[in-house]
Design a protein around this ligand. Structure first.
Ligand code: NAD
Length: 317
């Protein structure tokens, strides 16, 4: 009997894929402490994991592991170097969450442009006159810089084009072939001219604080910044300082350097910042699709037919 260690719950229909097999069982672990994971990893043939940090020792002790199947597309919570060293593939869910995240990106961009948080709060406390104090921004014909033009960035582009925005792209590893986009040779060039900047790239040592003090300084006055990728790509201290100067029209954040974000985080004190709790991909449709894909990757690895296109480190296959 093969065993899948399910670290953090998955959609019930995803777990039914395992129930349907008489040669595979699963063990659900909700206590994600290192000690508890180590207690259950030794006989696991595959593991699935959501947002908790996978301990290096779990990979070392999991001698039968044929895959680490991540419920998502970011993998900064997985020790990839150790996966590589031990020859364990790290599988992701592909494009199944791209639509949900792109929709949340558009929501945060629109909310920031239209001062959603400020006006909502104002009207509810009887301050209808707030309409004369702040000016919402129109997005038609504004320049949207998409940093990271992978699966989510491309979905954001389609939706923003429907809003009449001009799309600029910065991604040193992709060559977009859409001819209605402007591809930029450097990030700085985009930051200087964009009205809205949205981030869709992984958090890696290279991208940590990609948007720091220097980058924020070159943004246009009244720019909007949106981040649904990972906290840590923006330097929050530098962002707080920039917000204090009143330079930005708005900021939309789904992700934070530290999650859960602490209520005392100074970023949250700015009324032009609208936030969500890393919830971009948590729609019913996407949770089900991500759960199914996560389990399918684990089963495929057990069956020896893992799709290399879904694997971060296909060289180990
Ligand atoms: P993807 O791999 O399809 O695209 C990422 C793109 O980033 C690639 O095209 C890559 O070339 C580009 N990139 C890498 N380094 C770069 C750099 N220094 N500058 C500019 N571009 C760079 O991934 P995706 O599915 O589009 O997801 C993007 C990110 O969104 C993920 O890494 C993940 O961290 C995040 N994400 C967040 C949520 C959420 O719930 N908020 C959900 C899904 C994904």
């Amino acid at each position: 009997m093969y065993k899948i260690l399910v670290i953090e719950p998955l959609h019930p229909e995803a777990l039914q894929l395992i129930d349907a097999r008489n040669d595979v069982s699963y063990q659900l672990v909700t206590d994600v402490s290192e000690e508890n994971i180590l207690a259950h990893i030794e006989d696991a043939d595959a593991l699935t994991i959501r947002v908790s940090t996978l301990p290096v020792k779990a990979l070392q002790k999991g001698k039968k592991l044929k895959v680490v199947s991540r419920h998502g597309v970011g993998y900064d919570n997985i020790p990839l170097d150790e996966c590589n060293r031990l020859g364990i593939p790290l599988a992701l869910v592909g494009s199944v969450n791209s639509i949900a995240v792109s929709e949340q990106t558009i929501f945060l961009m629109m909310a920031a442009a239209k001062l959603g948080a400020i006006f909502n709060q104002g009207v509810k406390i009887g301050n209808f006159g707030i309409r004369s104090k702040y000016r919402p921004m129109e997005l038609n014909e504004k320049k949207l810089l998409i940093v990271g033009f992978g699966k989510i960035g491309r979905e954001v582009a389609k939706r923003a084009q429907a809003l009449g925005m001009d799309i600029l792209v910065y991604d040193p590893y992709q060559k977009p072939d859409e001819n209605d986009l402007k591809v930029l040779p450097s990030l700085e060039e985009g930051l200087e001219i964009a009205d809205v900047i949205t981030l869709h790239l992984p958090l890696t040592p290279e991208t940590k604080y990609l948007i720091g003090r220097k980058e924020l300084a070159i943004l246009k006055d009244k720019a909007i910044l949106v981040n649904t990728s990972r906290g840590g790509i923006i330097d929050e201290n530098a962002l707080h300082e920039t917000l204090c100067t009143g330079k930005l029209h708005g900021v939309g954040l789904d992700v934070f350097e530290e999650e859960p974000v602490h209520p005392d985080n100074p970023i949250l004190s700015h009324d032009r910042v609208i936030v969500s709790p890393h919830s971009s991909a948590l729609t019913d449709d996407t949770l089900k699709a991500m759960g199914m894909m996560t389990v399918q990757n684990a089963l495929n690895a057990i069956d020896g037919c893992l799709d290399p296109a879904l694997v971060v480190n296909p060289d180990v296959l």
